[in-house]
Write a protein of this length. Structure first.
Length: 250
């Protein structure tokens, strides 16, 4: 008897090739990336990560610190701007005084009689505004920007409540360090007399009140310069002025 051996067809190996394994792994990486989405956390596709409580508190603290730092700076900048504008007003007043004195009168309004256009006869009264009326046509420059007083619309309606600056009644061009004008918040610590004239000698205890420029002030000297001073600086200026300064306070 003859025995025959029958062999079936040869089968291919079921093990995947290296290229197929690479494609499967790459697709798996893509699927994992899509699953992570924008949050970077597996299982949260397409969702952005929210603030944690700690991060929210940090943001609030930073905003609060910026507020604390910037608000005083803005307040100081505003005070500085007011002080600069006040100096500009006093410089304009100084130019007006000098121009008036050079315009044939050879003196300031406080030394020239009313018959010649001055205001010498009114130096003993409380009308400080009179000395400004004879030399200016811009009443808005008579009010300091740090003052609560309102500027007059015109000189016909001008009163002491529309003036922020004192007038130095003893100002003389021969004494360049005498007080010609300045902020009205000057004081010697005592109430003003009825005529509102403050007399300052070289040893007077002098200072600024809090109404303007945070207890500081500006002074226009006879040489037309404007000095920004503290209370101690004001006392030093009075001591070096060389004489008595009578200030007409509005």
């Amino acid at each position: 008897m003859v025995v025959q051996f029958v062999t079936g067809p040869t089968t291919k190996s079921l093990e995947p090739s290296r290229a197929a394994r690479f494609r499967v792994r790459r697709q798996a990486d893509r699927d994992a990336a899509l699953a992570r989405g924008a949050s970077g956390v597996p299982g949260r596709p397409g969702r952005s990560r929210a603030f944690t409580l700690v991060e929210l508190l940090v943001v609030i603290v930073v905003i609060a610190l910026l507020f604390v730092l910037l608000v005083p700076w803005q307040h100081g900048a505003r005070e500085h701007a007011q002080m600069v504008q006040c100096c500009g007003n006093l410089k304009a007043i100084g130019i007006a005084f000098k121009t008036w004195a050079l315009d044939g009168t050879n003196g300031f309004p406080m030394q020239v009689s009313a018959g010649k256009g001055g205001a010498r006869e009114l130096t003993g009264t409380e009308m400080a505004l009179i000395h400004f009326q004879v030399l200016s046509n811009a009443p808005r420059e008579l009010v300091c920007p740090a003052d609560k007083r309102a500027a007059a619309k015109d000189f016909a309606s001008l009163s002491n409540t529309n003036v922020s600056y004192f007038v130095g009644l003893d100002a003389d061009e021969s004494s360049p360090q005498m007080f010609l004008a300045g902020d009205c918040n000057v004081t010697n610590g005592t109430p003003l007399p009825p005529n509102r004239i403050l007399t300052i000698t070289t040893n007077t205890v002098l200072g600024w009140t809090h109404e303007l420029h945070n207890c500081c002030g500006n002074v226009l000297l006879d040489d037309a310069s404007v000095q920004q001073t503290t209370s101690s600086g004001l006392r030093a200026m009075a001591a070096s002025s060389g004489g008595t300064n009578r200030l007409a306070i509005p």
